[in-house]
Design a binder for this molecule. Structure first.
Ligand code: GLN
Length: 494
């Protein structure tokens, strides 16, 4: 079988079962692809020996029969996940040298299911960013290029390494995390599928915390079917995370019938933004028509508090981040700054944090401590929490009115050039305008590649579902995927 790294999870699973291919062969194909793709900056830490060990064990398990779907599937793991004995740095200097003695629940579930970790994937520092340009490892690069230019494009962020690796076939799939859009936006920028599950579906235990009330792990894959397979393997109740929900995880793949007759799809008028490129508008209309043709009923809806979502998010997320990142002080994890004679513990904290955190992380810590400070707590943080409740209520209301899923653009543009937006934080934050509402309301959302723009770059649409109904959401995404028939791949330049 040629190009084993190009297989989907479903194809590889079936080939492994039939004995047409071994996990060792799949893993070798991915490791060679990774070694030939350093220009993409997708993998920050490679773990080839570990991968071969796990692949060998997976082959034995498959031979013995009864192996789970993910057994023998080579995957990449975002650097935000703690992985036992393997550097887990959240792409930050402050976690340099940190090798956890434990495995995050999600990566542990994948490992126990027999998935083969190829290494750790690049990302924005502490998952703060939308372009993978805040990483201590340097940029991850999008394998896609605009037809008329060879400028390097962002793969999106913060899960930029994951998106780049999946789009370039360096792995069959990858884990991502999504606090405000970090799975869905990079997926949309790279022509891949990204699922952010309902808050509480995937355990947060062992994942470096950014904003604990928003963070959720999810799969980044080549197809919706793969998102169903890998998503199910990542989810489930975990007593070690008090916000993990004890809700059964159904067989999502079995729910992919593509039949969406009678489903009601909402089109929210507030997601039509000033200055949005025509192409996004056209794509959205096309996606709407595809779902209508597949038998869904289309209804115009209103989510009136959408316009407050971005400012609300950029109060709540930094507030939680400033608290979560207080633990990085040079004492327990990773990096500690050089001390001068006479320095005490305060100098140690200050120097370590000044040297260990990058500018975007510092900006968030400062905004966060400001909005939580005694004089401003009510004016900013408490007000943002109240607006968050209204944003959630908008969604509750439309779901109560019979809406099954909501269709929106995933991003306000296609992938932009590296360096283009990084100097202007507000410009960068605008990337999340369609995705942050979903985190604030704790809902599941999925980005599905739906077309190319005039420069040949992928564009995605987002579907937002009812809480805990990822199966139904994925089935609608599957119908959209079938109708869109997106099969394009980036032309190889790396
Ligand atoms: N881009 C958003 C931010 O910078 C979202 C990041 C994320 O989802 N982790 O906060």
């Amino acid at each position: 079988m040629p190009d084993l790294n190009k297989l989907t999870i479903a194809e590889a699973r079936d080939a492994l079962r039939k004995g047409d291919v071994s996990s060792v062969e799949l893993t070798q194909a991915c490791l060679s692809a990774i070694d030939a793709a350093d220009a993409l900056g997708a993998f920050a830490h490679k773990t080839p020996e570990l991968a071969m060990e796990r692949a060998t064990a997976a082959d034995a398990r498959i031979k013995a029969g009864d192996a789970p779907d993910m057994c023998g599937i080579p995957v990449g793991i975002k650097d935000l996940f703690c992985t036992e004995g393997v550097p887990s740095q959240a792409a930050s200097k402050i976690l340099e040298g940190f090798k956890p003695e434990y495995e995050s629940t999600v990566s542990g579930q994948l490992r126990d299911a027999g998935a083969v970790m190829l290494g750790k994937l690049n990302m924005d520092e502490f998952a703060m960013g939308s372009s993978n340009e805040t990483s201590v490892y340097g940029n991850a690069v999008n394998p896609w290029r605009a037809g008329n230019s060879d400028a390097a494009l962002t793969p999106g962020g913060s899960s930029g390494g994951s998106a780049s690796a999946v789009a370039a076939d360096l792995c069959l799939a990858a884990t991502g995390t999504d606090t405000g859009g970090s799975i869905r936006q990079p997926a949309a920028f790279t022509g891949t599928v990204g699922l952010k599950p309902t808050y509480g579906r995937c355990s947060r235990w062992g994942i470096v915390a950014f904003a604990s009330s928003l963070d959720q792990a999810g799969p980044m894959t080549k197809t919706v079917r793969d998102a169903a397979i890998m998503g199910a393997a990542m989810m489930g109740h975990d007593a070690k995370d008090s916000t993990s929900a004890d809700v059964p995880v159904p067989d999502f793949e079995a729910m992919l019938t593509g039949d969406i007759k009678g489903k009601v799809i909402g089109i929210p008028k507030e997601y039509r933004m000033d200055g949005m490129p025509d192409e996004i508008e056209t794509l959205w209309a096309k996606g709407t028509a595809m779902l209508r043709d597949a038998g869904a009923e289309i209804r115009d809806i209103s989510l009136p508090h959408t316009k407050y979502a971005l400012p609300t998010y950029y109060v709540i997320a930094p507030a939680e981040a400033s608290s979560n990142l207080a633990r990085y002080d040079g004492v327990r994890f990773g990096y500690r700054a050089e001390m001068a004679p006479g320095d005490g513990i305060t100098e140690m904290y200050e120097k370590t944090r000044a040297e260990g955190f990058g500018p975007e992380v510092k900006r968030r810590v400062m905004i966060g401590t400001y909005v939580l400070s005694a004089g401003f707590y009510d004016a900013y943080y408490n007000r943002a929490r109240r607006v968050r409740a209204l944003i959630k209520r908008d969604f509750d209301q439309v779901f109560a009115d019979g809406i099954d899923a909501i269709l929106t653009p995933a991003t306000p543009s296609a992938a932009f050039e590296l360096g283009q937006e990084v100097a202007d934080p507000v410009q960068m934050y605008l990337n999340d305008v369609f995705t942050v509402t979903v985190n604030l309301a704790g809902l599941p959302g999925v980005a599905v590649p739906t077309g190319l723009d005039r420069n040949g770059l992928p564009l995605g649409l987002q579907l937002i579902g009812r809480p805990w109904e990822e199966g139904d959401l994925l089935n609608t995404a599957y119908a959209l995927e079938q109708a869109a028939g997106f099969v394009e791949k980036p032309a190889r330049w790396w």
